[in-house]
Each structure stands twice: as structure tokens, then as C-alpha cells.
Design a protein around this ligand. Structure first.
Ligand SMILES: *Cc1c(COP(=O)(O)O)cnc(C)c1O
Length: 386
């Protein structure tokens, strides 16, 4: 079997052969034309989002990306959607409903939690949040239709034991969905650990250049059946141009991630040892609470992590952020450039124990030189009068 690095170069290029090109063409289209009535009819018996039928169910460019991701993730199939959040909305929506219960890890990506607390609850769905496998087990009941986890959790960087979550849920016949965006298919083998439905915000590392919005859902045909129907019925669709850019991003995913990992580890270690830093939440650091689970479940660490500054005034905190030159102030991560944003997990979590005292920021370490990044952080940290 080919390694994932080799697969990244080869996958998703079958339609390029028709044009004697290296890359597949971008096929944009609303209408699909058929040579015969029989071919037109046949398109309606194929799997939605895998056969050319009408633009809403995809073109060859979308199919190329989906097939590449499915192969890379050792999954049967993949569905592309307009954004990472729309992919999560599709999975949640497909499993929600009056009389059903959905169990969600408490510190998931903020918009995922908001979606569950508003739209799912409005449908009459019972939404409950859990922190540990023990809490999960105690909440499971006959109405439970889905368990949703995210690893590491967006703003707490908390690691959960995926195998044991799957063990608990599967014992009751309940599917588990995981937001796998941080690890990407290269560092995190979601399906190998037992996950039924894996979601990637391809907006982040798969796109890799901060210029697209895209979501990808992988799993078996059976696990994705209701999600596929939901996407078809609600008109969920991914733009061919974005899928083409995601295919381009895939080619360099392995080299980019290796560099993100090396630089993030160097910057995180430097920050951990800095006197104006209270702590760094990055599972690849040995003293991190999630280190053992990270080692056991991941083959690498990506670029975003959380830093708790030593207690300081609001003015100092703002000056620190605004005086950085190499870290742009903005949401998101996964692009080639470094970013910083204020992190406020206590707004998103029931648990009161977090954060401790200092103020939090989330860094995304890009592809810049780590020495330059540390020098930039050093000059900005001088604003903190600790
Ligand atoms: C960004 C992100 C999403 C949402 O993806 P979009 O493409 O921005 O909608 C979902 N989950 C995680 C963990 C993310 O970081």
C-alpha cells in the first residue's frame, strides 16, 4: 500500500488524463448534458454527490476531491459541503429531531455548540453536553442518536480518549462523529480509531492558503446515508473552484504540516519557558495534560495552540496583541501565515475551572522562520508589565 505522502501526489487526478494534463480541470456547471435519454435516466439511479446529474450534486472536480479524501481517510465515501460548519450542521441535522437526543462534548468549536443549542433545540431535539467518557455513559439513553466529539477541543486543547468514547457509544449502537480538523487525515486516523463519521474543516489545513471555505465528511456509505440525504434535500453543495483549490492544497499538505509541527513545537517550547507566560496548552508538550492521549492517537501536532499570559491589565493585553507584526489578528488557522486571536473558552464551557487567572490567546504558527516568530513575540511581550 502506498504511504499517505505518496497518495497526496497521486490522488484526485483521474480526470486530468483526459486532457493530458497534470491537474484535473475545474468543471463549473449548473446543467449537466446527457448524450441519450438512457444516460439521463441512469444518472438518477447513481449515488447523489457521486454522479453528474445537476450542478447541485457536484461536477467531476468535486468528485475528484471527494474520492481523494475518502481514499486518504480509508473511508468508503466523502461528501463535500460549503464550509466546515455546514458539514457539522449536515451531520447534526441528519441525526436530530423531536424525541431524539444528541450528546456533544462540552468544549467543541463555539459555532458548533451554538448551532446545537439553537437550531437543534428548536426542532425539539434534546441536546446534552458531556466532558468525560463517564458522563457520556451516564447520559446515553434509548433516544440517543449521535455522539459528537472534537479532538483536541477548539479552545481548551483538551484530548479525549477516542477509542473509549467509541466503545461506550457503540455498545449502545450509537454512531460517533468527530471533528478531526486539527489533526487532518495525515496526523489523525479517525476511522482507524473507530469514528463512524469524520468531519474536516478543509478551510484550514487542507486548503492551506486562507483562500477557501470548504467542509468534508468521510465514512462508510451506511454511516453517511442520512447525512447524504440531508445534504441532497437541503441543497447543500460545494463550489467546484474551492474543491479544485483543496486538491491543490492536498499536494503540499504533508510538507506543510511537518513544518507547521516543527515550528509550532519550537515556538510553544520557547513560550512555555518565558517568564511572562503562565502556561501553554499544546498536547505535543510533555507536561501537557493531553500528552499521553496525543501520543497514542496522533502521528503529529498541528500549528494552533493556546497560551495563557501571566495576569496583566486589559490595556497590556491589547497592546501585546496589537504590537505583533508577524501574527495577524484574525479568526481561523491552517493557512501559511501566523495568526493570533483572543481566546475565551470560559464563555463556551460549563466548567468553571478554566481558565486560571491569566488572559488567553490562541496562536496559529505558520510557515515563517521560528526565530523571527519568537523575536516578534518577545518584543510584544515587553508590553506586559508583569
Ligand atoms: C474552523 C473550524 C470549523 C468550521 O469550519 P469553517 O470552514 O470555518 O466553517 C469547525 N471545526 C473546527 C475545529 C474549526 O477550527
Amino acid at each position: 500500500m502506498l504511504s499517505r505522502a505518496t497518495k497526496l501526489v497521486r490522488l484526485g487526478r483521474s480526470s486530468a488524463d483526459l486532457h493530458n494534463a497534470v491537474n484535473p480541470p475545474v468543471v463549473r456547471g449548473s446543467t449537466t448534458l446527457f448524450p441519450t435519454l438512457a444516460a439521463f435516466r441512469a444518472s438518477y439511479s447513481g449515488v447523489t454527490f457521486e454522479v453528474a446529474r445537476y450542478g447541485r450534486s457536484g461536477t467531476s472536480t468535486v468528485f475528484e476531491l471527494q474520492a481523494a479524501l475518502a481514499d486518504l481517510c480509508d473511508a468508503e465515501t466523502c461528501i463535500a459541503t460549503a464550509s466546515g460548519l455546514s458539514a457539522l450542521a449536515a451531520v447534526l441535522g441528519a441525526h436530530a429531531g423531536a424525541g431524539k437526543q444528541i450528546l456533544i462534548q462540552s468544549d467543541v468549536y463555539g459555532p458548533t455548540r451554538i448551532l446545537a443549542e439553537t437550531e437543534l433545540v428548536r426542532q425539539g431535539c434534546d441536546v446534552r453536553f458531556f466532558e468525560t467518557e463517564q458522563q457520556l455513559e451516564s447520559l446515553i439513553c434509548s433516544a440517543t442518536s449521535l455522539v459528537l466529539i472534537e479532538i483536541p477541543a477548539s479552545l481548551t486543547m483538551r484530548m479525549i480518549d477516542v477509542r473509549s468514547v467509541c466503545h461506550v457509544a457503540h455498545a449502545h449502537g450509537i454512531p460517533v462523529c468527530c471533528d478531526s480538523s486539527w489533526g487532518t487525515p495525515l496526523f489523525f486516523d479517525a476511522h482507524g480509531l473507530g469514528i463512524d463519521i469524520s468531519v474536516h474543516a478543509a478551510t484550514k489545513y487542507i486548503g492551506g492558503h486562507s483562500d477557501i471555505m470548504l467542509g468534508l465528511i468521510t465514512g462508510s456509505y451506511a454511516a453517511l446515508a442520512s447525512t447524504r440525504d440531508w445534504c441532497a434535500h437541503y441543497g447543500s453543495t460545494a463550489a467546484p473552484d474551492n474543491c479544485w483549490l483543496a486538491l491543490r492544497g492536498l499536494r503540499t499538505l504533508e510538507v506543510r504540516l511537518q513544518r507547521h509541527q516543527a515550528t509550532a513545537t519550537q515556538v510553544a517550547t520557547w513560550m512555555r519557558d518565558h517568564q511572562k507566560i503562565e502556561r501553554v496548552l499544546f498536547p505535543a508538550l510533555e507536561e501537557d495534560a493531553g500528552y499521553d492521549l496525543w501520543k497514542a492517537q496522533f502521528s503529529g501536532a498541528a500549528g494552533p495552540f493556546i497560551v495563557e499570559l501571566s495576569p496583566c491589565s486589559e490595556v497590556d493585553y491589547e497592546r501585546f496583541i496589537e504590537s505583533l507584526r508577524l501574527f495577524g489578528l484574525g479568526t481561523s488557522w491552517g493557512g501559511f501565515e501566523s495568526l493570533i486571536m483572543p481566546a475565551i473558552p470560559h464563555n463556551l464551557r460549563e466548567s468553571k475551572e478554566f481558565p486560571a487567572q491569566g488572559r488567553l490567546v490562541r496562536l496559529h504558527v505558520g510557515l515563517e522562520d521560528p526565530t523571527d516568530l519568537c523575536a516578534d513575540l518577545e518584543q510584544a511581550l515587553e508590553w506586559l508589565s508583569v
